[in-house]
Design a protein around this ligand. Structure first.
Ligand SMILES: C[S@@+](CC[C@H](N)C(=O)[O-])C[C@H]1O[C@@H](n2cnc3c(N)ncnc32)[C@H](O)[C@@H]1O
Length: 294
């Protein structure tokens, strides 16, 4: 019997500047290995891949290949999918394809084949080039493609990845085949090469926050409190930047901020402000065929 081929959905989004750099997202890989190792470890049958997606990887495939190498240490079979809205940039990745690493043209509505799913999406330095009003719809579109418990890291870094701020978004199963999108937290990270002060993160705030550094806004108050914590803890500076960073995190916690104070993360320059804020309910793109959990 002849069947029509399914028409691929039009990629949602727009082509933006494709600037990237080697190792730019290395810190994101390190964080994901520490924070979401169990999500990465989950087995994925070759015929029903559950992808880690690098969405909007840019003009070169560096970050996709680096993630494949780094996260592959946790799970050597972990499938990695590079998604770009620009066909030329997809073509740049194709020579590096293997069974485990693939490149596809697509948008926030990630192109999947029958039986495939997504466990994690990283979309870095993508939404900063969009309007703020486009952020939540983009998050919802990505989340609709994901398995329950899947994680989205949507954020911004400086050109070489020395510092970054990212939203952590979690997809949770809800009633009647729907899913809830949770704003799990906001992660601030530095490799300390530029020293440390809370202000250094302001220029790399993601699009949903960058225009909200105004008195009365929660993100503004957070920075005010972090700066005052940095002043209070100034004595720890003499022990080094890492100690100073850790001390400010503990001081923020004392002030009442739900900061994740896992030593291993803090010592490596990862400060996670845990928000756990439900954002919205979304329909499941795959209806009943979606597995309950990974
Ligand atoms: C500045 S580059 C970021 C490259 C890389 N992620 C990094 O951080 O170095 C942004 C890329 O995102 C791509 N892009 C923008 N919107 C997209 C979308 N909706 N879906 C897929 N790719 C998108 C652009 O074509 C561009 O290549």
């Amino acid at each position: 019997m002849l069947r029509n081929k399914p028409t691929p959905a039009k990629p949602m989004g727009q082509i933006t500047r494709g600037k990237t750099a080697r190792n730019r997202l290395r810190r994101v890989d390190i964080f994901v290995s520490l924070y979401a190792a169990s999500l990465l470890r989950e087995a994925s049958p070759a015929e029903n891949k559950s992808w880690v997606v690098d969405l909007g990887y840019g003009a070169e495939a560096f970050t996709v290949l680096e993630s494949a190498a780094h996260l592959g240490k946790i799970n050597p079979k972990l499938p990695i999918l590079g998604v770009e809205i620009d066909q030329e940039r997809v073509n740049a990745g194709l020579p590096y394809q293997t069974d485990r690493i693939q490149f596809r043209k697509g948008g926030f509505n990630v192109p999947l084949q029958a039986g495939e799913s997504i466990r994690l999406i990283r979309a870095f330095n993508v939404l900063r080039q969009y309007e703020e009003a486009e952020v939540l719809p983009a998050w919802q579109t990505m989340a609709a493609c994901m398995l329950p418990d899947g994680l989205i890291l949507e954020g911004t870094s400086d050109p070489f990845g020395k510092r970054l701020v990212t939203n952590l978004l979690r997809v949770k199963a809800a009633d009647a085949g729907k899913k809830t999108l949770i704003w799990e937290g906001l992660l601030f990270s530095t490799n300390f090469h530029d020293g440390f002060s809370p202000e250094m993160f302001q220029p790399v705030l993601p699009k949903n926050l960058i225009h909200h550094m105004l008195p009365g806004e929660a993100i503004y108050q957070f920075f005010e409190d972090w700066k005052s914590a940095a002043l209070q803890q100034i004595a720890t500076q003499s022990f080094g930047l890492r100690q100073h960073f850790c001390a400010t995190a503990l001081a923020l916690k004392t002030m009442g901020y739900p900061i994740l104070t896992r030593k291993k993360l803090l010592r490596q320059g990862f400060l996670l402000w845990q928000l756990n804020q439900p954002l919205c309910t979304i329909s499941d793109r795959y209806g009943k065929s979606l597995p309950e959990s990974i």
